[in-house]
Design a protein around this ligand. Structure first.
Ligand code: URA
Length: 444
């Protein structure tokens, strides 16, 4: 078999066989297939797509490229969650402790920020001392003791994804349904949980920009999860507007703690409650309505917040910052950007808002860049809000004063103002199960 022939086959739109997919992934992980050839293959897949069988085989080959986590020493159902990536998407920090406080174990391996999107591991590292790398024993002990452990992708879990993702990130091949589905599901299958909730983002700040593509991605991933014997459900949630008001690592930890203390912004609270209810329901804790009430109670009685603090301490973190935000490092420069006219915010390009936060230092411009954990922005006006000339739209936080002017002009490009209020957009568009799609059409 030669990778050259497989690239040519995919270039002509033919399906690869199981053996060919296995050969390609094994060879790439062992370093026998060069990155320039794999890049050509990724681009061929981007243009020619893969059918359901090929995507499943690709996922399985990637999942078996490294270790699998054995969660069997932990009693009860274990639930995992994964988002396809967004701007201001800090829901893992919120739903994981809620679900754990309701008695379901959450063993979650998260990633770092990618492109314009943020990552849970970077956010956790804003908590001084928090270790996102635990060995197997510490991970299982934390899970037993706190009910939740949020860690980074461990040593040899789905190494094929690690290598492929780095390549996709620099070859403009991230936004492909078979490539996203295999990337996410290979990690979820290797991570060992019984149930998986997927948060598939849709809109300008998501990798899938249209609802139909997002539903197709969700159906592909749900079919792979269920086919591997894991209960899998996907929610399609809005990413046309950033979630919540804060974007940037320490800022997002603070906003997440506000949600856990019962003081979060409405959109973030609503999406978090729906995700948590679905995770609890997957673990057979009750109907969706009952599970939602359980999640609400875990916020109201403070148990979800205490669970997060306990987990943070167990990971070596200083949880006093979660009670006194003044202890977080502060960005030395700020800029308030003001509205230039009266009206309503009729569009927020979430990708451009995310890129603004990267410019301010909250994300990586290259794989090697260091992140400024205190950098980011806080939105004062969002989609649908009325605004008057001179009112603050957003505040920037940065250690790079030289970037403020560029960040302001990019942010202004991301925002459109009109004279009429825009139509309401649902926060959750649909719930996708193995054999059904339930569509929702209510704005929140
Ligand atoms: N998140 C992942 O882990 N992989 C993707 O391809 C996209 C989002």
């Amino acid at each position: 078999m030669r990778i050259y022939d497989l690239i040519a086959k995919k270039k002509h739109g033919e399906a690869l066989t199981d053996a060919e997919i296995g050969y390609m992934i094994d060879g790439f992980v062992k370093g026998e297939i060069a990155e320039y050839q794999m890049s050509a293959m990724l681009m061929a897949i981007w243009f020619r797509d893969m059918d359901a069988h090929e995507t499943t085989e690709l996922t399985k080959a990637m999942a078996r490229s490294g270790d699998k986590v054995d969660l069997s020493p932990i009693e009860g159902k274990k639930v995992d969650k994964h988002s396809t990536g967004g701007v201001g998407d800090k829901t893992s920090l919120i739903v994981a402790p809620i679900v754990a406080a309701c008695g379901v174990k959450v063993a979650k391996m998260s990633g770092r920020g990618l492109g314009h999107t943020g990552g849970t591991v970077d956010k956790l590292e804003a908590i001084p001392g928090y270790r996102t790398a635990l060995d197997r024993r510490e991970f299982l002990d934390t899970l037993r003791e706190c009910g939740v452990s949020l860690i980074g992708q461990s040593g040899n879990l789905a190494p094929a994804d690690k290598k492929l993702y780095a390549l996709r990130d620099v070859t403009a091949t991230v936004d492909s349904i078979p490539l996203i589905a295999s990337s996410i599901m290979s990690k979820k299958l290797a991570a060992g949980s019984d149930c998986i909730l997927l948060d598939v983002k849709t809109g300008s700040g998501a990798f899938m920009k249209t609802l139909e593509d997002s539903i197709r991605l969700a159906q592909t991933m749900v079919a792979i999860g269920e086919g591997a014997g894991r209960r899998t459900v996907a929610l399609i949630t809005d990413m046309d507007t950033p979630l919540g008001h804060s974007i940037g690592n320490a800022l997002e930890v603070i906003e997440s703690m506000e949600v856990l203390k019962g003081r979060g912004p409405k959109d973030l609270v609503e999406v978090s409650l729906q995700l948590a209810a679905n995770m609890l329901c997957l673990a057979d804790k009750g109907t969706l309505e009952e599970c939602r009430r359980m999640a609400e109670k875990a916020i109201a009685d403070g148990s979800a917040f205490e669970t997060f603090c306990h987990m943070a301490r167990r990971h070596g973190g200083d949880d006093s910052v979660l009670r006194d935000y003044e202890k977080f490092p502060k960005a030395p420069y700020t800029l308030e950007v003001k509205a230039e006219q009266d009206g309503y915010i009729t569009r927020m390009d979430a990708e451009k808002v995310g890129l603004t936060s990267v410019l301010l230092g909250a994300g990586r411009e290259t794989k090697e860049s260091a992140i400024d954990l205190s950098a980011g922005l806080v939105l004062h006006k969002k989609y649908g809000d009325a605004v008057r000339k001179g009112e603050p739209l957003v505040t920037f936080y940065t250690s790079r004063p030289e970037k403020l002017a560029e960040a302001e002009s990019l942010y202004r490009e991301a925002i459109r103002t009109g004279s009429e209020p825009p139509k309401k957009i649902p926060l959750v568009f649909a719930r996708v199960e193995r054999d059904s799609i339930e569509r929702y059409d209510t704005g929140c």
